[in-house]
Design a protein around this ligand. Structure first.
Ligand SMILES: CC(C)(COP(=O)(O)OP(=O)(O)OC[C@H]1O[C@@H](n2cnc3c(N)ncnc32)[C@H](O)[C@@H]1OP(=O)(O)O)[C@@H](O)C(=O)NCCC(=O)NCCS
Length: 163
């Protein structure tokens, strides 16, 4: 079985990333091509792709803030990104449907958390749907309950991990 290779995003990964996002999220929740373009150009250090045999099968990406919860506007613009801020927000964790339930998201998340530690962040923040709360608790994330987020019209939960 091929080993997963995790690396920082490159500008020419944009189309692959957008394709996987469209397979993983309904249109109302999926990040736009413009949002990905901005995230890749502003903060590639917080954007990791996972490859099997040189093909991208998933990714995780974020931005930095001094807030303790994620503002919905942060999903749309990197204007809120504070490079030397305390906390790193996860905008998305996506694994191509053909490659799910093989532990690849776990590898990406562990890599992201390690990088957050090395970068001196205090917390990793994310919002997720109810069915994923248990999954994130395995990494040590704490559920803070229903989020004020109205992203994509869905119900989200705020979670944080102290690193
Ligand atoms: C959520 C998501 C990222 C998980 O990706 P994944 O690679 O399937 O995640 P993992 O393989 O690490 O774990 C998923 C499940 O597979 C199980 N699993 C892990 N390795 C496995 C293996 N080798 N064989 C069978 N199951 C396995 C895990 O135990 C976990 O089970 P659980 O949910 O009951 O705890 C993926 O389903 C996805 O992209 N969904 C759509 C987008 C989304 O909702 N993203 C999260 C936004 S907050």
């Amino acid at each position: 079985m091929s080993r997963l290779n995790i690396r920082n995003v490159l500008s020419n990964d944009l189309d692959c990333v957008c394709k996987i996002e469209s397979l993983c999220f309904p249109a109302a929740e999926a990040a736009s091509k413009k949002a990905f373009e901005e995230r890749i150009s502003v903060f590639p250090k917080g954007f990791f792709v996972a490859e099997l045999d040189n093909e991208i099968i998933g990714f995780i990406n974020g931005g930095v803030t001094n807030d303790i919860h994620i503002e919905d506007d942060f999903f749309k613009t990197m204007d809120l990104h504070i490079p030397d801020g305390d906390n790193i927000v996860i905008f998305g964790l996506d694994i191509h449907p053909d490659y799910q339930r093989k532990g690849y998201a776990k590898e990406l998340m562990s890599h992201f958390i390690e990088d957050a530690k090395k970068s001196g962040r205090k917390k990793v923040l994310l919002t997720c749907k109810e069915h994923l709360i248990k999954y994130y608790e395995q990494f040590g994330y704490v559920n803070e309950g229903v989020s004020s987020s109205e992203h994509g019209g869905a119900k989200w939960y705020d979670m944080y991990l102290t690193v």
